[in-house]
Design a protein around this ligand. Structure first.
Ligand SMILES: Nc1ncnc2c1ncn2[C@@H]1O[C@H](COP(=O)(O)OP(=O)(O)O)[C@@H](O)[C@H]1O
Ligand SMILES: [Mg+2]
Length: 365
């Protein structure tokens, strides 16, 4: 196991596309780090550079403190599991697990011990005599993990390993990955575009967009203290709603309502609210600080109802989604008022989208 470092790593492809721009990232020894972002943002590029399957245009990659830029994939002592975890179909599970060790001329008894050990951790001990064709998707997945982990790599790279599984199995295997890492805490970098996987699996998340890091932090940091509007709207389902706003005399103004005071400079801003932090009530009963909106539609989800509303700012509608208690219903077009909590309303720079950190926010009722 080892620490992994990207130091100013960029990768420019022929044709001029910079798939990865100046990546600075340290993954601690034994940490589970998630690289998350939309398709095409450079996640696989970063993993391939680390695995030695591709070379950085600039920058340095270190494993265990030493530069590995000039080492081939076989010399880096890293294991990788891809989306298509092709197992050898003619070999048994045992054969698949033992293959890498046999290649390395590991003594037979050590192979046997290591295979049984990893099979026990992955709970596939009873499957060792089967062929991949006789396994379920989830079992094949575990064999692929086992094959990667059996030779005790210094780091474990996973590129969207669950995307070929159906939704139910994905949730189950996600839980198993967490357990596996607890029992076998090898430094892991896990790539996904799925924000739920990222939030549930990671010790830390590195959120990327268009080849660049947007924010690195714990799931709590990323969710509760997003660095910008990209992170704010990427993490969370449904995502945070953004509304054009302004700060005037230290008071946040949205669609004509003086919402609450903020410690932010006067001028235009973008306000952000998560569905669970907004309340909705009929317009007639609303306090002055509430923001007027019109209901678009309601989505009952059992545990709560998502009320989709439109706030009109300078004639333009901005969608604000509210997670309301079960049983909530409004007719489309109903006039409502939204209550925004001072602690849970985010402010972003209207131009750059960067978070505006305000220290104190006082409710005006
Ligand atoms: N070999 C390549 N040649 C040219 N462009 C590539 C190559 N591999 C990836 N890209 C481009 O680099 C960008 C990042 O790709 P990738 O790292 O695979 O994204 P992700 O894994 O986040 O979906 C994409 O725009 C992709 O089309
Ligand atoms: Mg990819």
């Amino acid at each position: 196991m080892a620490e992994v470092q990207f130091c100013g790593v960029s990768r420019r492809y022929a044709g001029g596309l910079e798939a990865l721009r100046n990546l600075d990232l340290t993954v601690q020894d034994g940490e589970y780090l998630i690289l998350v972002g939309p398709s095409g943002c450079g996640k696989s590029t970063a993993l391939r550079l680390l695995a030695g399957l591709d070379k950085p245009t600039t920058g340095e990659i270190k494993i265990g403190g030493s530069t590995v830029n000039d080492l081939g994939p076989g010399e880096r002592d890293i294991a990788m599991v891809f989306q298509n975890y092709a197992l050898y179909p003619h070999m048994t599970v045992y054969g698949n697990l033992a293959y890498g060790l046999r290649q390395r001329k590991t003594p037979r008894r050590d192979i046997e011990q290591r295979v049984r050990e990893i099979a026990a951790i992955l709970e596939i001990g009873e499957l060792l005599d089967r062929k991949p064709g006789q396994l379920s998707g989830g079992q094949r997945q575990r064999v692929a993990m086992g094959r990667a982990l059996v030779r005790k790599p210094r780091a474990f790279l996973l590129d969207e390993p669950l995307s070929n599984l159906d939704a139910k199995l994905r949730t189950q295997v996600r839980g198993e990955l967490k357990r596996l890492h607890r029992e076998y805490p090898v430094t892991s970098i896990y790539v996904t575009h799925d924000q739920t996987e990222a939030m549930t699996l990671g010790d830390r998340l590195c959120v990327m967009s268009k080849g660049e890091v947007q924010q690195i932090g714990s799931p709590d940091d990323i969710y509760n203290r997003p660095a910008n509007t990209f992170v704010a709207t990427f993490m969370g389902n449904p995502p945070m709603s953004l509304v054009p706003a302004s700060v005037s005399g230290g008071v946040l103004q949205i669609a004509g309502a003086a919402v609450h005071s903020v410690a932010a400079p006067d001028g235009p801003a973008t306000a952000g609210v998560r569905p669970e932090h907004v309340t909705v009530q009929p317009a007639a009963t609303a306090p002055d600080a509430a923001v007027g909106a019109v209901v678009d539609f309601c989505e009952p989800l059992g545990s709560h109802v998502l009320v989709h509303t439109l706030v009109h700012v300078d004639g333009e509608p901005a969608r604000v989604v509210v997670a309301a208690p079960p049983g909530t219903f409004y007719d489309p077009g109903a006039a409502v008022a939204l209550g925004l909590s001072p602690e849970k309303t985010y402010l972003f720079d209207a131009e750059t989208g960067s978070a505006v950190r305000s220290r104190e926010r006082i409710s005006l009722g």
